[in-house]
Design a protein around this ligand. Structure first.
Ligand code: ZN
Length: 157
């Protein structure tokens, strides 16, 4: 088990665009394993590779309904809209309201290189969009409509 250091807002790597994964090498599998360990240690709902300092298009999402390990995820379609409270492991202590699609369809490769399609709604749609944004250097706080105050943060957790 290897926990990787989670990069925090202000680290320029979080603002860079991640590159596609050409080949799922043992090194990529090791990265995935470490990301899983890091995600659960931090008690997050998702993690993107740039958050651990690797500019590759890899995300993890687990909103309590199982773990998705997605390589080269692409948002194929989105519909509806939801206004949700959001935070980020790379932006500690800050929460805000963000508009996200209510439903999304994401195509990706799984850790074995097989194509998978994830249809998500609600929290899963939100988390998928949040993590894919990380791959393009976008942080949730860029999209915040209203930041939550401390009482609301305590209530939101
Ligand atoms: Zn995040």
């Amino acid at each position: 088990m290897a926990i990787r250091n989670i990069r925090k807002d202000g680290d320029e790597i979080l603002r860079k665009r991640s590159r596609e994964v050409d080949q799922i090498t043992p090194k990529i599998r090791m990265l995935l394993k470490d990301m899983v360990d890091t995600l659960y240690k931090a008690d997050g709902a998702g993690l993107a590779a740039p958050q651990v300092g690797v500019l590759k298009r890899i995300i993890l999402v687990d909103v309590g309904t199982g773990l998705y390990q997605l390589i080269n995820p692409v948002l194929k379609s989105q519909s509806g809209e939801q206004c949700v409270n959001e935070g980020c492991l790379s932006v500690p202590g800050i929460w805000g309201e963000v508009k996200r699609p209510a439903q999304v369809v994401v195509e990706a490769l799984d850790p074995d290189g097989e194509k998978i399609v994830v249809e998500g709604e609600g929290l899963l749609a939100q988390a998928l969009c949040h993590e894919i944004d990380h791959l393009d250097g976008i942080l949730f706080k860029d999209k915040v409509i209203r930041f939550l105050d401390q009482d609301e943060i305590n209530g939101a957790r």
